[in-house]
Design a protein around this ligand. Sequence first.
Ligand code: PPS
Length: 343
Amino acid sequence: MSGKSVGDGVLRSNVKFSVIPETQQSPYKDLFPAFDGKGLVRAEPGGFVYHQNFAENCHKIYNMKVRSDDVWIRTFPRSGTTWTSELTWLIMNDCNFEEAARVGQPIRSPNLDANYINHWDKFAAEGSFDTMDIITIDEIEKMPSPRVLKCHLPFDLLPPNLLDTAKVIYVARNPKDAIVSLFYFHKLVNLCTFTGDLETFVDYFIDNKVLWTPYFGTVLDAWGKRSHPNLLILFYEDMKKDIRAQIKRISTFLNKPVTPEQIEKLVDHVRFDKFSKNESVNYTKEIKAGVGKDDPNNTFVRKGQTGGWKNHFSPEVNRKIDEWIAKNLEGTGLKFVTELNDQ
Ligand code: PPS
């Protein structure tokens, strides 16, 4: 979709946002108390659900200057963003593991939409902002090349020339594990929060009333562009199954060769048990600083498994999700792996 300038030289996307009234009322505002009764907004077309603060500022992202050596990572949340960003950043930076350890991933590979979450003003007032490592769009514009940026936004809200100018990696994860992981994320991080149970969360999720939904809108937005030479689609489950093969795909796509020794170092660097302890990527310091709840059983890099949903969904909930998946995937050619024997 192409945008238009409204006379101030700033290009505006054709997407329009409006408040979702239900999100300002009970029971929603009690189940999702972090939104302070302000609720969430929905973008049309596309249905993307986000904070009002984003709606007011999204033109800043839409107007970003895309560079030909940028890599933009797009995902539905909890689908392997951090894992893929780390590999991509290292591949783009000649496997500089020292720098990756020295500088946190949120600085090296910033998240664009994180700038416009409602709560930064509150975190700032509480004094935890400095430790948040959120960098502004203005700072991102000044970052040295090559930049590895990430976001959870649909193409309509990103610069219109993005895909024709830069490389884009989309990471997809099967919706069952993505739902469970997003549920735990809501329990962990104060920017969203959820007071209900998983079954209730599932209902709001498949009804596209959870922050960052609609899941299928986001995934199919990328899937529909899968033949574009600047787009690489990765699957979390393929990464779990054979990370070496996916590292080689990323390296080929980016035209950044890696040696067999570098591949082994990358594999070791992102090995789940090691990655979950890596403070450069695991947000432990931000969570301890007040961004989330310090709970050893619910961490940002949490379980890292495919099929964990089987320990969470009742047969009835699982049936409901299966029907929702079947309806949304019909005719798309997209299929998800939801279980793995070897991982
Ligand atoms: S976020 O919040 O959107 O940035 O989250 P995201 O990074 O996309 O996804 C988090 C889930 O990815 C898992 N993860 C990994 N799995 C396997 N190997 C590695 N190295 C790895 N790193 C992160 C992480 O544990 C989250 O999934 P769950 O199912 O919650 O464990």
